[in-house]
Design a protein around this ligand. Structure first.
Ligand code: SF4
Ligand code: SF4
Length: 181
């Protein structure tokens, strides 16, 4: 809504059709168009921050920077959360963090110098497996973030690597190394 010009809506709407503006449906209504989106920040607080080297001169290549820079363009409008049927229709707020928070998790997980392990929480607490890749969240993102393909699917792949790929499980047991993809 914050990115849409009323003049565009008016020009696309037939004269006798009323234009309806409604508050987001997935979150509790406070008043008029204002909803209480505090749940999103409560979930975000549970995400472990980046755990990188102590020295300040972090260096990594531009390709690695570009991969996560895209996620930082989120304006926290929460339209993706409102559109996702797992939250909006099924109300699985206790089990699923929603696309916005999965973008945040991907941003941290893909940081080239991060050493934190968030995979168990991404599976268990943040519920990435509830996403069935409908891509509705990506369609509504005003920041143009390719939420499903760039954030959620890579997180799902990491879950598969960790919990369901027997060869990689053996490799990890032998080497003790965190697999970066
Ligand atoms: S792709 Fe996943 S996170 Fe996005 S709207 Fe669909 S179910 Fe929700
Ligand atoms: S729709 Fe896009 S900009 Fe809005 S909260 Fe979701 S990821 Fe961020």
């Amino acid at each position: 809504m914050c990115m849409t010009r009323m003049s565009d809506v008016v020009s696309e709407t037939p004269e006798d059709v009323p234009i309806e503006i409604r508050p987001m449906k997935a979150f509790p209504l406070i008043k008029d168009l204002v909803t209480d989106v505090s749940w999103n920040y409560e979930v975000a607080e549970k995400i472990k921050p980046i755990n990188g080297p102590e020295e300040k001169n972090w260096e990594f290549n531009q390709m690695e920077a570009d991969r996560i820079q895209h996620f930082r363009e989120c304006i926290e409008c929460f339209l993706c959360q409102n559109t996702c049927h797992v939250l909006r229709d099924h109300e699985l707020f206790d089990d699923f963090a929603g696309p916005r928070n999965l973008v945040r998790l991907a941003q941290f997980e893909m940081h080239p110098l991060d050493t934190e392990d968030r995979i168990p929480e991404i599976k268990k607490d943040f519920g990435v497996e509830y996403c069935n890749i409908t891509r509705c969240c990506t369609e509504v993102c005003p920041a143009g973030i390719n939420i499903t393909d760039d954030a959620i699917i890579p997180l799902k792949e990491r879950i598969v690597d960790r919990y369901y790929d027997p060869i990689k499980m053996v490799w990890r047991k032998i080497t003790g190394k965190k697999l970066r993809t």
